[in-house]
Design a protein around this ligand. Structure first.
Ligand code: AMP
Length: 413
């Protein structure tokens, strides 16, 4: 099957072919006709499935098919709103909008926190057809009366489960109340908790439903490996693995922001070019780290789960769990960054005695036993006693979906 049978305009097909896509992914095959038909959509899909193009392409088609004029004075209204959980994802989605829409006359904008609001206010004075936003900053604009959402025809909630995890439900409800009643709604979510179902029930009108396989959990293209090691030998082991295997473009996950900083410093001191990204870094620092990582000049990017969410790098070859996540589903999300769209990838975990229970939970969720390899010189002490795992700062209770808080939420907008 090719893209040309899906009903997209020639200008969009040209951009897709220039991007090098040969055929639509399963989610695209189903989502594109569904969105083109104008109805609501509930799609179960996570990053790595090609879901972004699955909604961006048909939105571009629908908007460019029918142009809208503004009042005699002033600009046309914003017609599509794409809400996403993180700043990085917003930047990536908007980049896709620009790329796939490069032969069209539609204008897009990213609206995210962590950067000065004034340039956004200035930008809003000129034409914006498609707005890609994180909820917190969007509401700041609403409050300052710099944003008019009364012309929205299409709403997308991307990674809706993550938005709820990050505590955005109230913000989302406030935003929904500002939109025109008649509109097309698209909801994308990797998981379907009761909370997501309730949100979908209230939002969607007789939606088409699409579910694509959780490719992360089943992807044969990803090879998993566990390196058992003592907790205080993790850093030298990681440096050794990166050097011995000559790994490049390694995305390393740590549990805490502080841990991310320390590890990046350690690796850099040991001759491995590394940077950390997390919610406490300025937007400029995060953008710089990401772009250096993308273009290959940065060897290792150390990230916390939330900062890494939605990082979209084609053919990311190595993901390292420097520490296992507290929630097994996060393992699936993390390794979702490797082996994208059919590429092969390697997911490596450094596991100390404290984490054996987490490892067992993960193996249960991914339904497979992960092969283990002990590196000579890093044999774990058989008599070591497990210690409780330190929670990320500010999280008294064990980490779970409900108390993970978002870098973009109220306090830090
Ligand atoms: P997403 O799930 O939207 O984050 O996309 C995951 C990755 O797949 C991105 O790097 C896309 O550029 C890539 N991709 C999306 N659609 C296709 C396609 N039809 N063929 C090949 N790669 C694709």
């Amino acid at each position: 099957m090719t893209f040309s049978t899906l009903g997209l305009s020639e200008a969009i097909l040209r951009a897709v072919s220039e991007r090098g896509y040969l055929e639509p992914t399963p989610i695209q095959k189903q989502a594109i006709p569904a969105v083109l038909s104008g109805g609501d959509l509930l799609a179960g899909a996570q990053t790595g499935t090609g879901k972004t193009a699955g909604f961006v392409l048909p939105i571009l088609h629908r908007l460019s098919n029918r142009t809208v004029k503004g009042p005699s004075e002033g600009r046309p209204p914003i017609r599509a709103l794409i809400l996403v959980p993180t700043r990085e994802l917003a930047a990536q989605v908007e980049e896709s909008v620009r790329e796939y829409g490069k032969h069209l006359k539609l204008a897009s904008m990213t609206m995210i926190g962590g950067v000065n609001i004034n340039p956004q206010i200035t930008r809003l004075r000129s034409r914006v057809d498609i707005l890609v936003a994180t909820p917190g900053r969007l509401l700041d604009h609403v409050q300052q009366k710099t944003l008019d959402l009364s012309g929205i025809e299409i709403l997308v909630l991307d990674e809706a489960d993550r938005m709820l995890d990050m505590g955005f439900i109230r913000d989302i409800k406030k935003i929904l109340a500002l939109l025109p009643k008649t509109r097309q709604n698209l909801l994308f979510s990797a998981t379907f908790s009761d909370e997501i179902k309730a949100l979908a029930d209230g939002l969607l009108n007789n939606p088409a439903t699409i579910e694509v396989a959780k490719r992360n959990a089943t992807a044969e293209t990803i090879s998993h490996k566990v390196y058992p090691v003592d907790r205080d030998k993790k850093r030298p082991l990681l440096a050794r693995l990166v050097k011995d295997h000559n790994w490049h473009q390694v995305l390393v996950f740590t549990r805490t922001k502080h841990g991310a900083n320390q590890l990046a410093e350690y690796l850099t001191k040991n001759g491995i070019n590394s940077l950390a990204i997390h919610g406490n870094k300025s937007q400029a620092a995060r953008t710089r780290a990401l772009s250096e990582f993308k273009d290959g000049s940065l060897q290792v990017l150390v990230a916390t789960d939330i900062a890494a969410r939605g990082i979209d790098i084609a053919e990311l070859p190595h993901v390292v769990n420097y520490e296992l996540p507290n929630v097994p589903e996060d393992y699936v999300h993390r390794i979702g960054r490797t082996g994208r769209a059919g590429q092969s990838g390697e997911a490596v975990s450094l596991v100390c005695v404290d984490e054996l229970k987490l490892l067992a939970d993960i193996e249960r969720v991914i339904k497979r036993k992960i092969p283990q390899e002990v590196v000579p010189g890093f044999e774990p002490d058989r008599n070591a006693k497990p210690e409780p795992i330190m929670k990320p700062r500010g999280q008294g209770r064990p980490q779970n979906a409900a108390n993970r808080r978002n870098p973009d939420s109220r306090a830090r907008r």
